[in-house]
Design a protein around this ligand. Structure first.
Ligand SMILES: [Ca+2]
Length: 156
C-alpha cells in the first residue's frame, strides 16, 4: 500500500508530466508524438524524437501528409506550426528528410520557400493551412515525431 505522502508525490509527478509533455497519436496506422506544449529549435526537436526512438515526421507520400493534416485540421492543434524532419543545408539546393532521403514531393504554401539560399532552412507545417513553410532552424516551434519504419534508420 502506498502511504498518502507517496501517493501525493506520485500524483504531483503525474501532473508535472502531463503539463510538460505532448501526446502520442495513431494516425492511419502509424504512431506519432505531437509536442504541443514545448516549443524548441529544430535540432532540439530532432534530439527529443531520437530519445523517443522516433524521428521527426517525414511525409514521403501525399497520403501520409493528407492524413496527418486532416487529423490536425479537426483537432485543437490546427493553428500550431510544427517542425517536420525536412531541411536544407545552406548553399545547397536539395531538401532532405532527417532520416537522409531526399524530398521528392513538396507541399509549399504560397510564396514558400522564401529563405535565402545561404541559410540553413527547416520545414514546418500547419494543419489549418495544409501547407509547408521554410524557416530558420533556430525558430522555436512545436514538433511532431514519427515511429521509425523498418526501412528508415534515423541519423544520430
Ligand atoms: Ca518561409
Amino acid at each position: 500500500m502506498l502511504t498518502s505522502q507517496s501517493r501525493m508525490f506520485l500524483l504531483s509527478l503525474l501532473c508535472l508530466y502531463s503539463a510538460v509533455n505532448g501526446a502520442y497519436y495513431i494516425i492511419d496506422g502509424t504512431s506519432y508524438y505531437l509536442e504541443e506544449n514545448i516549443k524548441v529549435p529544430w535540432d532540439e526537436a530532432l534530439s527529443d524524437c531520437q530519445n523517443r526512438s522516433m524521428t521527426l515526421v517525414s511525409f514521403e507520400t501525399r497520403r501520409e501528409f493528407e492524413k496527418v493534416v486532416q487529423f490536425l485540421y479537426y483537432s485543437v492543434h490546427d493553428l500550431l506550426w510544427i517542425w517536420t524532419g525536412g531541411h536544407r543545408t545552406a548553399n545547397t539546393s536539395s531538401w532532405n528528410w532527417d532520416a537522409g532521403s531526399s524530398i521528392t514531393e513538396f507541399h509549399w504554401a504560397e510564396f514558400q520557400p522564401n529563405l535565402p539560399q545561404d541559410e540553413d532552412a527547416c520545414i514546418n507545417f500547419c494543419g489549418l493551412y495544409k501547407a509547408w513553410d521554410d524557416d530558420e532552424c533556430l525558430l522555436q516551434l512545436s514538433y511532431m515525431c514519427e515511429e521509425v519504419h523498418e526501412n528508415e534508420v534515423p541519423v544520430i
